[in-house]
Design a protein around this ligand. Structure first.
Ligand SMILES: [Zn+2]
Length: 139
């Protein structure tokens, strides 16, 4: 079970899972903007224009076609929703990046190799004798 959790943690900490989630969320929020733009602004506008061409008033058209009036507020709220969500996602991604950077630094702080003082080649940190020049290493 512990291994399972560790595997899951590794799966999440891979950046592409987060990227995918962000893509899905942004895509959903953006489609809400497009829907609001069509339903609240473009469709009523088309109805009004058609009504004007047909010589009918806006009130007549909206009652006949059962179309709501133009609602800039609804569209604006969809845009604001999108911006707020994008900002929250940005904060999450920022925090996540910071976390994974910290982890990387921790990994970097534990070196597994050292440099031989005699031949300057990289050797295992636990080595007591250099495999390249066979010098004995005291430390
Ligand atoms: Zn050496």
């Amino acid at each position: 079970m512990k291994k399972f959790i560790a595997e899951f943690k590794e799966f999440i900490s891979r950046g592409n899972v987060l990227d995918m989630a962000v893509g899905v969320l942004i895509g959903g929020a953006f489609s809400a903007i497009v829907t609001a733009l069509c339903e609240k602004i473009i469709t009523p506008l088309i109805e009004v224009i058609i009504g004007a061409i047909a010589g009918k008033s806006i009130d007549e058209m909206t009652s006949v076609l059962n179309v709501g009036p133009i609602e800039f507020g609804s569209f604006l709220s969809a845009v604001i929703n999108f911006i707020i969500m994008a900002f929250i996602i940005f904060l999450i991604v920022k925090g996540f990046n910071k976390m994974s950077n910290l982890r990387k630094k921790e990994e970097e702080e534990e070196p597994t190799t050292k440099v031989c003082p005699f031949c300057c080649s990289e050797i295992d940190i636990k080595a007591t004798r250099c495999p390249h020049c066979t010098s004995e290493l005291k430390d």
